[in-house]
Design a protein around this ligand. Structure first.
Ligand code: PSU
Ligand code: MN
Length: 305
């Protein structure tokens, strides 16, 4: 297995020195945001992780290797190329074997982070149960991965392009803890709250790290969702963004968008229809997640060493 992993020098050094490391995904760069804001976001997030005492490891696939940590030049390539595959669990072997460029989703980044020995992962939003899943069966592989892979995912909840109620039901069935960070309700990405009351919440990053350690000490395999709402000053008006999301969903249906194209289509539509306003919010919340996630990673690292 190790033959497929290639650590950047920075991440290898962090491992050797026992420093806290934060995993970052690459699909958010290649399929989640437009160029060049995506590359700027990726660089800024890495800086925030470093400023908060951890080492960033952006994960992606290239030249038949799973890269743990990307150079500045590689970030630019993943952000600007339109020939990058969106890689979920089912696609990993093929993309690695073919030597092509692959961007890792939340599910795949969790798999690679676990292989690399990284327990904390920061992103924007997770995939979930899509609206209408009772007929389409479109349920993100991110949820199955959360059920089985031991990585904590710091996010701003999930977008209301998804059915948030069904997403919470699915996570409950699969035994995945969802911890609200300074919130009692599941954040809805662009807004601080949805109508989904969470089973637990905390305002302590040490407390989150303690729960991670305890869960895995108890051999309760699987991930943990830490739901960290978008900062108040950056949050969007719920009525405004929900109307746009509904219009985007309608257009996706009319155009018969399905499978792995659905989420990138909806993300791009929402960015377009808000004239970039949603992109600014997206970037703001990822940066906030990077700060809180790094603090969690540092605390976890201290507790296990
Ligand atoms: N949600 C976002 N931004 C994203 C994604 C989701 O707000 O970039 C990406 C993540 O990589 C996530 C993936 O893992 O989309 C989920 O895709 P799907 O719904 O096809 O499982
Ligand atoms: Mn899907």
């Amino acid at each position: 297995m190790k033959q497929y992993l290639e650590f950047s020098q920075e991440v290898q050094q962090a491992k050797d020195n026992g420093q806290a490391i934060v995993a970052l995904e690459s699909t958010i760069i290649s399929h989640g945001m437009p160029y060049p804001q995506n590359v700027q976001m990726a660089r800024d997030v890495e800086t925030i992780v470093r400023d908060n005492g951890a080492v960033p490891a952006t994960i992606a696939i290239m030249n038949g290797q799973i890269k743990i940590g990307l150079s500045d030049q590689e970030l630019e390539m993943f952000g600007s190329s339109d020939d990058v595959a969106k890689v979920s669990r089912r696609d990993i072997a093929q993309v690695v074997a073919s030597g092509k460029l692959g961007a890792t989703t939340v599910a795949t980044t969790m798999i690679c982070a676990e292989l690399a020995g990284i327990e904390t992962f920061v992103t924007g939003g997770i995939g979930g149960v899509h609206r209408g899943a009772e007929t389409t069966m479109d349920i993100s592989a991110d949820l199955e991965e959360l059920a089985r892979t031991n990585v904590a995912v710091v996010c701003a909840g999930a977008k209301s392009i998804l059915d948030l109620g069904l997403t919470m039901e699915y996570l409950e069935t699969k035994g995945v803890p969802v911890i609200g960070y300074e919130t009692d309700y599941l954040p809805a990405f662009f807004t601080r709250e949805s109508d989904q009351l969470l089973p637990s919440s905390t305002d302590s990053t040490d407390g989150v790290a303690e729960t991670m350690k305890t869960k895995w000490d108890l051999q309760l395999d699987g991930g943990i969702v830490i739901a960290n709402p978008v900062p108040q000053k950056d949050a969007m008006d719920a009525d405004y963004i929900n109307k746009i999301i509904n219009d985007a969903l309608k257009e996706a249906e009319e155009k018969h968008i399905s499978g792995k194209d659905t989420t990138p289509f909806l993300l791009a539509k929402v960015t377009e229809m808000t004239e970039g306003k949603s992109l600014d919010v997206n970037i703001a919340l990822v940066k906030h997640n990077a700060k809180i996630g790094s603090q969690i990673a540092v605390s976890y690292n201290r507790q296990v060493n």
